[in-house]
Every structure is written in C-alpha cells, then in structure tokens.
Write a protein that binds this ligand. Structure first.
Ligand SMILES: CC(C)(COP(=O)(O)OP(=O)(O)OC[C@H]1O[C@@H](n2cnc3c(N)ncnc32)[C@H](O)[C@@H]1OP(=O)(O)O)[C@@H](O)C(=O)NCCC(=O)NCCS
Length: 196
C-alpha cells in the first residue's frame, strides 16, 4: 500500500487562474512568462495540471478544493503526437522537495494518456534546475533557437526518446515510486516548511 501524501495533482480549473499566474511570476526568478491562462484553458490543445498542498490529514478522502492550496502548475500542448511542455513551476517555498519532479512525471503521464509519443520543450541554457530535471528524464538537446526569449537569450530544444519504449516506462514507474516515497516523508508541521 502506498503511503498517503499531503499533496494532490488535479486538472487546473478556471478558479485557479490568478493563483497559477502568481506562482509562475514567483517561480521564474527572472523573466516570468506572460501567459493568458484563460485562453489556454479554452484551447483544445492545452492541458494544465495543478499541484496542491492539502490542509488536512484526511488526504485520501479530500474532495473539497477549498481545503487545498495551489503550489505548482504545469502544462503542455498536444501537437499531433508531440507533448510540447509549455510550463512547469513550483512556488518558491516548496522547491527542492521533489514536488516539481512529481508534477513533471504527472505531466508526462497525462501527455501519453492524451496520445503523445515524445515530449519536447524549450529551455534557457542558464536555467540549471530545469535543465537538470529535464536531463534526468531523458531529454536531449535536438536544436537551438537563436534569441528566442524576449531578452535575446537562446532557447535549447530538448526532446525525449519514444515514451512508450519499455525501458522508459520502467524508468518512469521507478522514479514515480521513489518520488512518492520522498514526498511521504514530508510532514506539514515540520518547522522547515513554510506556513500554509
Ligand atoms: C524547475 C522546477 C519546477 C523544479 O521544481 P522543484 O520542486 O524545485 O524540483 P525537485 O525538488 O522535484 O527536483 C527535481 C530535480 O530537478 C533538478 N533540480 C531541482 N532544483 C535544482 C537546483 N536548485 N539545482 C539543480 N538542479 C535542480 C534536479 O535534477 C532534481 O533532481 P534531484 O533531486 O535528483 O537532484 C522549479 O525549480 C521551478 O519552478 N523553476 C522555475 C520555473 C522554471 O524555470 N520552469 C522551467 C521552465 S523551462
């Protein structure tokens, strides 16, 4: 039996829009993206996930969203069979705990469930935390877009191998178990965590 964890990942809803934008602004230390979340949520190509921390010990039975706080957001567009990662962001107080990785696994799973065969994304060469996360999940550099960002920094284009490959699926399942175990050790009254 898996241990309960005080976090949940659900689809992002219209009620999350301002909180999601605030998380991106806080999470991206420089150059936060200007995203029109309302338009994104109305696009049939776009899929967004919400990471929430739960305010109760009844984690598994929790259904009331008002008892949960948004602390992360991730999204992708499904372009034919390609999962194009649009964003992943964790509220700064909650970084470094395994939550971004958990959210990223959920994004890859949701992308595959929607029909994606490979995943691709653009990332700043200077964004070491994100690059490290992506490389951990098998993304490799397949190109570079010159002066892609509005401050003229280039973008690296990273792409995965075929996600359905048995070796990749086994890797993903093992990582999911390991991350879940890591998250199960987080206690919300731990004084090292921010107040919720
Ligand atoms: C990228 C991001 C979502 C990671 O979230 P997180 O919850 O802090 O990450 P996790 O604790 O789950 O760490 C997962 C992996 O990410 C990488 N990582 C996370 N923080 C890192 C850091 N400070 N330095 C280097 N690598 C880091 C590591 O590979 C780590 O795996 P490890 O624990 O085995 O070393 C978070 O840093 C963020 O919100 N960044 C700002 C938004 C952003 O730049 N998004 C990507 C746009 S392309």
């Amino acid at each position: 039996m898996t241990q309960p964890i005080p976090f949940k990942i659900t689809p992002l809803t219209i009620d999350d829009l301002s909180a999601a934008a605030a998380i991106e602004t806080a999470a991206y230390a420089t150059h936060p993206p200007q995203r029109d979340y309302r338009r994104e949520l109305n696009s049939h190509l776009a899929h967004y996930l919400a990471l929430r921390v739960l305010f109760t010990t009844l984690y598994d039975s929790l259904s009331d969203a008002s008892l949960a706080k948004l602390i992360g957001v991730a999204g992708f567009w499904l372009l034919a069979d390609e999962i194009h990662v649009v964003t992943i962001a964790v509220e700064p107080h909650w970084k470094g705990l395994g939550l971004g990785e958990w959210l990223f696994i959920a994004l890859l799973e949701a992308g595959q469930a929607a029909g994606g065969q490979i995943a691709t994304l653009e990332v700043r060469p200077s964004n070491q935390p994100a690059l490290s996360l992506y490389r951990k999940y098998g993304f490799e550099e397949t190109g570079r877009r010159k002066a892609y960002y509005n401050d003229n920094e280039d973008a690296l284009i990273l792409t995965t191998p075929l996600l359905a490959a048995p070796a990749y699926q086994a890797f993903l399942a093992a990582q999911k178990t390991a991350v879940h175990l890591r998250l199960s050790k987080i206690t919300l009254d731990d004084s090292s965590l921010p107040p919720i």
